[in-house]
Design a binder for this molecule. Structure first.
Ligand code: GUN
Ligand code: FE
Length: 430
């Protein structure tokens, strides 16, 4: 297959390349050659977006209940919703809608938290495979009787481990998944929801299985403080002790990680899913993105649906820029300018785009997010100009112009093609 068009990517953080390309893609979705071709005006091909953190079962409450603190939101809103996925029919209906929605928003790789229900989580993996979305799918493990209600808790650490093993076997064995488009991910919800026994079991399973791992880490004052009180150390140190920090670990949020924690995360080769919109509601502070990047930590973006009320990684990129600018300037006008913010905290739109694409690919250690021979052809075609669009790309726009216009003004209506592994799987078609 050959796809032609003006291509724009960020092979290195902060560096943009734009060129008129003909991508030659083999049967397995791998880019085997990048030639030159005439490109139509007003359109651009970009690497598909990587969403490092999305709660599939929370899709129905997107936009709701963002005005209560994290603990209350979990106990009163989110756990009751997630408990409903005991019904596989409900799960199948929601998950099919979600996967289509994310694909049409340009998310070619998604890292999913599901629920504690094995059947529903298997259904999510099957839906991703059928729809053609690259995905990491996790059955949530949470067995702590003090933090999880009786009606939404694993019966024991043994059960949680056994069902996690079953999910891994199921996903790896799905017919049509020989290339590993969909993968299992070991998913302890977060330290407060899990007993030490369960965390240690899942740490051993990570080593044994080679699976990816995901969890929430140092998200808010309450959560970070809870772990300090219980474990007498930070989330990062505790997770490392349980064997849960490896090259294929994704830590959601990480707002309160210290410099020492950053060193541990970097040494382990783990990554952070930065979820700026969710952080505005639940984190109590702005994620120190620049500090983490400077510390050499792998970082990408997440939507955190439905702690974040948007399914679009383009919007996450936009919010990452905004949050970093507010961190830099500071937020209280009564404080003197020099003392108000954190100097040097800003990231550019080009850096946010890198986070949304190549950065996410690096966190996951997958060959996606860059247009490069040997990488997968996971891509979107963005074209503005329609009646429902706020975007207009001009023939004379340079790489920065195109990138900034897309990051700041493009939406789902502008994404006309979405490919994963060379297969067209979404887009408006116009
Ligand atoms: N911490 C534990 N569970 C969750 C969740 O579902 N969303 C967010 N944002 N934080 C969490
Ligand atoms: Fe989350």
């Amino acid at each position: 297959m050959v796809v032609t068009g003006r291509a724009l990517h960020a092979p290195v953080r902060g560096v943009l390349e734009m060129f008129d390309a003909a991508f030659v893609v083999d049967e397995g979705g791998t880019i085997v050659e990048i030639g030159r071709a005439e490109a139509a005006a007003g359109q651009v091909l970009m690497p598909g977006m990587v969403d490092l953190h999305v709660h599939a079962p929370q899709f129905p409450q997107m936009g709701q209940a963002l005005d209560v603190p994290l603990w209350q939101w979990l106990q009163e809103k989110t756990f009751p919703l997630e408990a409903r996925y005991a019904d596989p029919a409900f799960a199948a209906e929601v998950y099919a809608r979600l996967v289509d929605c994310l694909l049409d928003n340009g998310t070619t790789t998604a890292v999913y938290f599901a629920t504690i229900h094995l059947a529903a989580t298997q259904a999510l993996a099957e839906i991703c495979l059928k729809a053609g979305q690259r995905a990491l799918v996790g059955r949530v493990a949470q067995d702590d009787a003090g933090q999880c209600p009786d009606w939404y808790r694993d019966a024991s650490a043994e059960v949680a481990e056994a069902e996690t093993r079953a999910l891994i076997a199921h996903v790896r064995g799905m017919a049509g998944n020989e290339a590993g488009l969909v993968r299992p991910v070991i998913t302890p919800r977060f330290i407060p929801a899990c007993t030490d026994d369960l965390l240690a079991r899942l740490g051993r399973l990570a080593l044994e299985s080679g699976c990816h791992v995901q969890t929430h880490c140092s998200e808010s004052d309450w959560e970070h403080g809870y772990v300090r009180d219980r474990c007498a150390m930070s989330d990062t140190a505790a997770l490392a002790g349980f064997g849960l920090l490896g090259r294929h670990t994704v830590l959601a949020h990480g707002v309160f990680v210290s410099e020492a924690d950053a060193g541990v995360i970097r040494a382990a080769g783990s990554g952070i899913a930065h979820c700026p919109l969710s952080n505005a509601y639940f984190a109590d502070a702005v994620f120190p993105l620049r500090r983490m990047l400077d510390a050499g930590v792998n970082v990408g973006l997440g939507t955190d649906v439905a702690g974040g009320a948007s399914p679009s990684v383009l919007e996450s990129a936009r919010h990452a820029v905004t949050a970093s600018r507010q961190l830099e300037s500071g937020v209280d006008a009564r404080v003197e300018a020099g003392a108000r913010g954190c100097a040097g905290a800003r990231v550019s739109a080009a850096e946010a785009f890198w986070l949304a694409t190549a950065g996410g690919g690096e966190v996951l250690d997958l060959p996606v997010g860059v247009f490069r021979v040997g990488y997968q052809f996971d891509a979107i075609r963005v074209a503005g100009g329609g009646a429902a669009s706020n975007l207009r790309l001009e023939a004379e726009d340079g790489a920065q112009d195109v990138l900034q216009k897309v990051i700041y003004t493009a939406g789902r209506q502008d994404i006309c093609d979405v490919w994963v592994a060379g297969r067209r799987v979404g887009g408006t078609g116009s």
